[in-house]
Design a binder for this molecule. Sequence first.
Ligand code: ATP
Length: 325
Amino acid sequence: MSTEILVRVEGLERYYGEHAAVRGVSFDVKRGEVLGFLGPNGAGKSTTMQIIAGSLAPSAGQVIVNGADILDRPREAKRQTGYLPEQPPLYRELTVDEYLRYSARLHGITRKGIDSAMQRAKSRCGLNDAGRRLIGNLSKGYQQRVGIAQAIIHSPAVVILDEPTVGLDPIQVREIRSLIRELGGEHSVILSTHILPEVQTICDRVQIIHQGSLVLNEDLADLSTGMPGAELTVGFREPPAAGLLKDTFGLAHVESIGAGRFRLRPEPGTDPTDELVSRSVSEQWGLNELTPHRQSLEDVFVQLTCGEDPSAESPSSGVAEEAAT
Ligand code: ATP
């Protein structure tokens, strides 16, 4: 993936009356990157995507798409983006070809270039045989392909897809996902979804927005190796008391899981592993296991959007009762 930044979002805000739907959101998207945009209902995903696509004005902040500021040079910025909204903007009474021709003209493609642009978009989206079919008669999956075809017909640098696999059957989901993955090769893709495995399958990076603010922006590769503050399992031949471990390393939670093993939860942003190793040697605890707990994306999502760690059984002292072995 290139290091070139195609979308830069800085301090984005959007108010609906008094209500802040998006507050102070900043992030970048690189060329060739597929960015998964997650958040609970009403978190501000669609609002952010509409602003980047140039179909909604921000209340404050800046969005630059491939060098063009969406407020200063809106036409140029819009030329660089393709957008599939949550409700695809399809005309059911048109054929696929009629609709794509119309979309091509809306995107400012010259008369000469329209046929080849349509051919390219149809072939990428598996619509070669569907040109003469009425959109209203197509299955939901094919309608979604037409929605994606209109979003890429002008070969934009950035493709924005709002929940593109909602309502599709598993085979259609698989096809649309592989299409999105392919699009990521040439374009940058911003994808919102509620399906967490979808993000793990097709995205390079994930962002979580909660109540209008970004609470996570992480490479998927880094996320799979565990977040700072994630749990550890440790085991000792001569185990210290759980309370001693908690106090010595300033841990948020310690749970004994038997046979000299403990599950430890550090305070967020702290990493006690080096200290654990050196103290185990100096105190002769006989450290024989130290395994970082891998958090699933679902763990991270629930933790960040519910305000608490779902894995916590949270006794108030932070030290769980000694488990029976
Ligand atoms: P979902 O996952 O349900 O699609 P979302 O993360 O896309 O949610 P948005 O649609 O961006 O969320 O909405 C963010 C907030 O802004 C919500 O509280 C929503 O009610 C509010 N909102 C969105 N559009 C409008 C509008 N036109 N007028 C007033 N409030 C709005």
